[in-house]
Design a protein around this ligand. Structure first.
Ligand SMILES: C[S@@+](CC[C@H](N)C(=O)[O-])C[C@H]1O[C@@H](n2cnc3c(N)ncnc32)[C@H](O)[C@@H]1O
Length: 293
């Protein structure tokens, strides 16, 4: 029996080394909030050879790469704002810092602050993208303890708010830190009206998923004397953003097994995201500012 187990173990180690498989990281994306981001970072770097933004792709035209479609989303958001040169921008839930870096390089805001609760994401952001115009701070969107009152011209939050259990507290902070005349842009995955999310609640909690619906968004906003100047349903553009995803993963410099695993993972992930957007969620943009004094 012992010899048999030893042989099995050796075979497993051999197989692992031969294929250089890190199969576990695919499964870990199903796990907790922390495991998800840790594994996704690795998978994205393996798939594309470098860091990627951590949000869905936004379709503009055919034959774009995943990276271009992610940048499209940021461009689309910032098209609401106009010139950023004299503005202080705060990204809430900045992830690995790529959005801040992209905004700095492409739009040159006066200063950019990225905050996030994930130390691991912030370590990457600081290591790669911190400079005299961009700083990254560990903070919670529901508290913003490091951001002074009325200090921010533009607040941007991309695909982060669905993680906040207390979104009203987030809106309270927006109200506090936003300068008079300042604006906020929130892109979030929201529930269809009436979708109660009663299924898989335990799993969703471990992944910190607390989707609000649009009505709740309006309540949080008006309850804190903020107004939406515009809201936009981006769902179709996001679903189309996944067009061509089959060709995003190249087989170059990969062994066949790893290539197949990566492809399979991508296809399943895309199917899952698209199915959610077709059945129970919408991808919304909320653009607003202070209400009447
Ligand atoms: C899907 S990622 C999006 C990252 C980035 N905005 C982007 O577009 O690439 C969501 C991010 O929100 C962060 N986050 C979740 N809850 C948070 C909270 N309460 N306060 C600040 N950041 C939070 C996560 O750690 C993660 O980095």
């Amino acid at each position: 029996m012992t010899a048999y187990l030893a042989r099995v173990t050796i075979c497993c180690i051999f197989a692992e080394n031969i294929s250089q498989l890190k199969t576990a990281r695919y499964l870990q994306t199903l796990g907790s909030f922390r495991n998800y981001y840790r594994s996704m970072k690795e998978i994205l770097v393996t798939a594309f050879g470098r860091l990627q933004m951590l949000h869905y792709p936004f379709y503009l035209k055919e034959d774009e790469t995943f990276e271009e479609r992610q940048q499209n989303l940021i461009d689309h958001c910032l098209s609401y704002i106009g010139d950023l040169k004299e503005k202080n921008l705060l990204e809430v839930g900045c992830g690995n810092g790529l959005n801040c870096h992209y905004i700095h390089t492409r739009y040159g805001a006066k200063s950019i602050t990225g905050i996030d609760i994930s130390k691991e994401n912030l370590d990457i952001a600081k290591k790669h993208f911190e400079n005299s115009n961009i700083r990254f701070i560990e903070d919670n969107a529901q508290e913003l303890v490091h951001i002074p009152d009325r200090s921010v011209d533009v607040i941007l939050s991309v695909e982060s708010a669905f993680h906040y259990p207390d979104k009203n507290a987030f809106f309270r902070q927006i109200k506090r830190v936003l300068r008079p005349g300042g604006v906020f842009l929130i892109v979030d995955i929201v529930r269809f009206p009436g979708d109660t999310e009663r299924y898989f609640w335990f799993w969703k909690k471990s992944k910190m998923m607390y989707h609000a619906d649009e009505t709740e968004y309006h309540q949080y906003s008006s309850g804190n004397n903020l107004v939406f100047k515009h809201k936009e349903n981006l769902t179709d553009r996001i679903i189309r953003g996944y067009e061509g995803h089959i060709s995003w993963i190249s087989g170059q410099n990969r062994n066949l097994f790893n290539y197949m695993m990566l492809k399979l993972f991508t296809i399943l992930q895309v199917r899952f995201n698209v199915a959610q957007l077709r059945s129970s969620k919408q991808y919304m943009l909320f653009y607003g500012g202070h209400g009447e004094a």
